[in-house]
Design a protein around this ligand. Structure first.
Ligand SMILES: [Zn+2]
Ligand SMILES: [Zn+2]
Length: 478
């Protein structure tokens, strides 16, 4: 079934500027009240197409003036819009996500009415409408407006939404598909809550000297409005406790804090710890399986992907890599974190394994940050090694030898362990599987592929945990 988003492009009778609307009757009334006539130029089944047309000099096929509906409707739409504002402010949402979030409201709302309210918000500056995926005016490459992925993360296919060839994004698919034909809304958040400072109860165990040192540096960074501040501390050094005073500082000033961890299990472990530390502050937990949070709490703990759903909302973003695969290497996740941050906000980045150039810059004081000096317990931290292979996908598709992959498979088997093989896109799961089938038929039976679209994901993970699967090939969704 096609559920296209009808989008109109119009101009005002006295200007050539083209405007976009998902509810043109709202615009007709808005401009009619200002003595302007709204001239409808074209209607499209895709928001992306409407934007492209509006930015071009293409002629309009059938210009017609829109009649303005009854004045009283404006009051009604505005009322609906202001009832939505507290729910939507500070978020970045696709049309489907807006609908899902609004569905939980006391009074059900029809699509038509929701579109009208969103259009009121867009005319009055409390919502910004863009296509999910587009070619931005200053750039000639396609880009996903939700996650920032470029052409390498996007693909073109016939779309069941708009019924046309359409471009959609694979990078942020964990949150639902961002497409060229579907609108994406940014809802600017209001400022900090309330006026003046409030006292926030923080319960901390006594800090070590090292923790106190880090804690003071983080506080300074937040107070001076530093955009980015790195804390480099080895595992088990207590860096979580060390940054809590900085969190309290922001909460006390009426700001919101987003605490990001790379993995769901870390998020679930951390949330009760933070709630104990801040007994009088509501803490929200957000990851792939929690569903929506209706009110954005002063303190939100989330997986990194969830940051794509926020818009200039948090005055402090704490990124705790949890000593897992560094988020640092993922530009889409980083741009999501940057967009989730309110103007003048700070990112506190906690890591045990900073990339080499961060270390260098930190040592040379070219990057604001602090190193937590702590006793090391002997064992070195495992660090990933990089093997660069030219023509990797070419070799893979032709079943050519790939010694590092073979060595990895052999080593995992010889140690009796299990291995995860990550590939960039869903389609690559099968490519790698067929390579293994061709090169290592004896291993193939021990391999399983999994993608974000896989319905049996939970069952597969359960089998993995029980050791029934030796090698799991998957995208970074895991
Ligand atoms: Zn995307
Ligand atoms: Zn489409």
């Amino acid at each position: 079934m096609r559920i296209a988003m009808e989008t109109a492009v119009y101009a005002l009778s006295r200007s050539a500027t083209r405007h976009i609307s998902i509810a043109p009757e709202v615009d007709a009334l808005y401009w009619g009240r200002r003595g302007e006539t709204t001239m409808l130029l074209e209607t499209f089944s895709s928001v992306g197409q409407a934007f492209r047309y509006a930015r071009s000099s293409a002629k309009a096929s059938g210009i017609r003036p829109l009649t303005s509906p009854a004045e009283s409707l404006w009051v009604h739409w505005e009322k609906v819009a202001s009832s939505l504002r507290p729910l939507l402010a500070g978020r970045s949402l696709l049309w489907d996500e807006v609908k899902e979030l609004v569905r939980g409201m006391a009074e059900p709302m029809e699509d038509r009415e929701l579109r009208a309210a969103l259009q009121v918000m867009s005319l009055t500056g409390t919502a910004i409408l863009v296509p999910g995926v587009e070619i931005p005016p200053a750039v000639s490459r396609w880009r996903c407006n939700r996650c920032g992925a470029g052409p390498e993360g996007l693909f073109r296919s016939r779309c069941r939404r708009c019924g046309r060839p359409c471009v959609s994004c694979d990078r942020c698919i964990v949150l639902g598909r961002s497409r060229a034909c579907t609108p994406l809304f940014f809802f600017p958040a209001g400022g900090r809550n309330g006026e003046g400072r409030r006292s926030v109860d923080l319960r901390l165990p006594p800090l070590t000297e090292g923790q106190r040192w880090v804690s003071e540096r983080c506080l300074e960074a937040v107070r001076s409005g530093e955009r980015f501040f790195l804390t480099w501390a080895v595992t088990g050094s207590g860096k979580t406790e060390a940054v809590l005073p900085a969190v309290r500082e922001v909460l006390g000033g009426g700001g919101r804090v987003l605490w990001v961890s790379p993995r769901r299990d870390v998020v679930e472990e951390l949330a009760p710890r933070l709630q104990r530390a801040f007994p009088d502050t509501p803490v929200s937990v957000l990851h792939g399986e929690t569903g929506w949070i209706r009110t954005i709490s002063p303190l939100t703990v989330a997986t990194a992907h969830q940051a794509w759903r926020f818009y200039r909302c948090f005055h402090l973003v704490v990124v705790d890599e949890g000593d897992a695969f560094p988020l640092e290497g993922d530009p889409q996740l980083r741009s999501g974190l940057a967009r989730a941050m309110a103007e003048g906000g700070t990112t506190l980045w906690l890591t045990a394994t900073p990339p080499a150039d961060w270390r260098r810059r930190l040592m040379r004081r070219r990057m604001p940050g602090v190193i937590l000096p702590v006793r090391h317990h002997g064992l070195p931290l495992p660090e990933p090694r990089l093997f660069r292979r030219w023509g990797l996908w070419f070799s893979l598709d032709r079943g050519r030898p790939l010694p590092p992959v073979t060595a990895f498979l052999d080593r995992v088997v010889s140690t009796g362990g299990q291995g995860l093989l990550f590939v960039p896109r869903v389609a690559d799961v099968d490519r790698l599987l067929s390579w293994i089938k061709g090169r290592h038929p004896d291993r193939f039976g021990e391999c399983r592929g999994m993608s974000g679209r896989d319905g049996g994901r939970k069952a597969t993970l359960e089998e993995l945990r029980k050791g029934k699967i030796r090698f799991l090939i998957t995208t970074t969704v895991l």
